[in-house]
Structures are given as C-alpha cells and as structure tokens.
Ligand binder design. Structure first.
Ligand SMILES: *[C@@H]1O[C@H](CO)[C@@H](O)[C@H](O)[C@H]1NC(C)=O
Ligand SMILES: *[C@@H]1O[C@H](CO)[C@@H](O)[C@H](O)[C@H]1NC(C)=O
Ligand SMILES: *[C@@H]1O[C@H](CO)[C@@H](O)[C@H](O)[C@H]1NC(C)=O
Ligand SMILES: [Zn+2]
Ligand SMILES: [Zn+2]
Ligand SMILES: [Zn+2]
Length: 309
C-alpha cells in the first residue's frame, strides 16, 4: 500500500519533448520480442526485424476511492435456549449505535451478530410443542421408507420371513429414529430464547475511475488515508472532478443506518507508450504499458492461422 505523500508535480514537457520517448527503444523492442515469443503461433520476425519509426508516451491515471463503512440493523431472532438468562427489560435496552462492536482490521469485510442486552425472553418451542422432537418428513413418521431390496417388499423370501427387514417389507428410514427427529428450532432443548439481534456489517466499498492524460509526472503514487477531502490541487481536472463527485456521493449515502469509518484514495500513474514500427514495408503499432513493460499488439502482422482442435 503506497503511503508516501504526493511529490510536487513536475512541470509538463514542452511540445517538442513528445518525440523523445521516456522508454528507450531497445527496452521497447526487448519487451516486444518476449511478448511475441510467449504467444503460441506468433512468428518472432516482426518483433526482431521491425524498425521503430516513432514512439508516443501517454499516461493513464487510475483513481481509486475506498470507503470503509459500518452499518447496523436489528431484527427479532430465535435460538435454542441453552441456559441464557431472560433479561427482557430488566433495564432499558441500548439502541443500536449504543452497543459496543469492534471493527476488524480496517478495509476488510466483516459481519458480526450481537444479542442486544435486556431483550431476551424464554418461551416453549412452538415447532415441536416443547417435546424436542418432530415427525420425520422422509418416512412420514413411520420409521420405514423404501421397499426392502432383498424381498422386493413382500416380507418373505423363499417362503420364509425376510431376515433383512424382519418381514416388514420395508427398509428402516436412515433420516430418523423410529419416525421422529430432533426439532431444528430448539435443537431438542424444548425451549427457545427470543431476543433482538443486532447485525453489524463492516464493508469495504471501492469505486474506480480511469482517465487518460498526456502529462508526465515523475511521482507515481499518491494516497491519503482517513476521511478524505477531494483531491485539491491535483494537476488533472478529470481526476479532481471524479474525486469530488465520488467522495460526495459516498458521504451522502452513509448517513442513516451506516457511517463511514475511514476512506482512502489513491491515484496511480500507468505509463503507456505507443510504438509505431515498420516491417516489410508496412506500418504497425504496439503498446508497452505499466511498470513491467507489458505489451499489447492486437494486429500482430505474422500470426499463423493454425487451428488447434
Ligand atoms: C409421505 O406422505 C406424502 C403425502 O401424504 C406422500 O406423497 C409420500 O409418498 C409419503 N412418503 C412415504 C415414504 O410414505
Ligand atoms: C426381486 O425382483 C427382482 C427383479 O425384479 C428379481 O430378480 C428377484 O428375484 C426378486 N426377488 C424376490 C425375493 O422376489
Ligand atoms: C466487500 O464488500 C463489497 C460490497 O459488498 C464488495 O464490493 C467487495 O468486493 C468485498 N470485498 C471483498 C474482499 O470481499
Ligand atoms: Zn424417517
Ligand atoms: Zn425384506
Ligand atoms: Zn422444538
């Protein structure tokens, strides 16, 4: 994560400087050659023998705004009663934002569920009428489901009672115990705890905008932490405008059930060099971009048309 403050912008280049590429020709050609050799059916000839005629430098700013928010919502909830105390209104229950919740390490998504103090009461489980058990759906409570495969459901084999199913003709149900299952609502505890559940959601929301620009800057990253102000004084209006708009948009969005804990914005500079070259008398183009000199060449002149099947 880049953390240095922004260096003062360098003066832009004079127009005649545009013919002087910031990327040396041999570096561009090397990048192009390794690109060609990494493609499965590209001939290396154009990359090796092509002659660079002109290089133009563009820069792309990538602006990114991240907003780390916390939202809270409440709902009634029920869980099996496992010995909790019923504290319903023994004191006034705290309101959602009065409950203590610890944010995770910043800028990571996380959800926490908290039982709000002084909202819990204990009730008999309705689903199982406080028996802890419900009828098995698989066998309709009979305890047996499919036909016995040994006697084909007849209960007899070779004129004797079938030993596999004890003469019942049916297989024992594997889902239950004699037609009954543990109640899922109370997990067999017979009683449930009803309470107000507070859901706290921490979210990292990111917005990205990309703008191309033809100015050179030497410093390649700028970032600011905490609640941000729009990027005042940044030497690119499109970026400043995007920043102002997005910051305003996000700040107005998080007011009611949520709040902004932290924001950060970064501006990255991605250098792009357009390389014009000649090969066998024709002009072609490729692009070298990024700090790792990646290459993009959509109309590479010597690809074989082999079809792999
Ligand atoms: C259980 O009952 C339903 C509806 O009454 C029926 O469709 C289903 O076949 C029964 N299942 C078994 C295993 O008896
Ligand atoms: C059960 O059915 C199968 C095929 O339908 C048959 O081959 C087998 O002999 C039957 N078994 C009995 C015990 O009836
Ligand atoms: C965090 O949540 C946001 C919004 O729901 C989502 O856009 C983002 O991709 C999530 N981040 C991670 C790392 O899962
Ligand atoms: Zn069953
Ligand atoms: Zn049987
Ligand atoms: Zn129950």
């Amino acid at each position: 994560v880049p953390t240095e403050p922004m260096a003062p912008p360098q003066p832009g280049p004079a127009p005649e400087d545009w013919s002087i590429p910031s990327l040396p020709e041999d570096v561009a050609q090397e990048a192009f050659k390794s690109f060609a050799s990494s493609q499965c059916c590209y001939s290396e000839a154009p990359a090796k023998n092509g002659v660079i005629t002109n290089m133009e430098v563009f820069n792309t700013y990538r602006y990114r705004l991240e907003t780390f928010t916390e939202s809270r919502s409440t709902e009634w909830a029920t869980k099996p009663h496992e010995g909790e105390l019923a504290d319903f209104y023994t004191q006034t229950a705290p309101r959602p934002w009065e409950v203590q919740a610890t944010p995770p390490s910043h800028f990571t998504n996380h959800t926490e569920e908290i039982r709000v103090p002084y909202t819990s009461s204990i009730q008999d489980c309705n689903s199982c009428h406080a028996t802890g058990k419900i009828q098995c759906q698989q066998c309709n409570g009979s305890g047996f489901d499919k036909e016995c495969w040994v006697c084909n459901g007849s209960g007899t084999k070779n004129d004797e009672s079938c030993s596999h199913c004890d003469g019942n003709g049916k297989e024992r149900c594997t889902e239950c115990d004699q037609g009954m299952k543990e109640c899922e609502t109370c997990k067999g505890k017979l009683r449930v705890l009803t309470y107000i559940k507070l859901k706290v959601t921490f979210e990292d929301i990111m917005k990205t905008n990309i703008h191309a620009l033809e100015t050179l800057m030497t410093k390649d990253t700028f970032s600011s932490h905490f609640q941000v102000y729009p990027l005042l004084g940044f030497p690119n209006t499109a970026i400043v405008e995007a920043s102002e708009r997005l910051v305003r948009e996000q700040q107005s969005k998080y007011t009611q059930n949520s709040r902004i804990l932290q924001q950060r914005q970064t501006v990255e500079l991605i250098p792009v060099t357009k390389v014009n070259y000649k090969w066998k008398g024709d002009s072609h183009v490729y692009y070298v971009y990024g700090n790792e000199n990646k290459v993009s060449a959509d109309n590479y002149p010597a690809t074989c048309c082999c079809v792999i099947q």
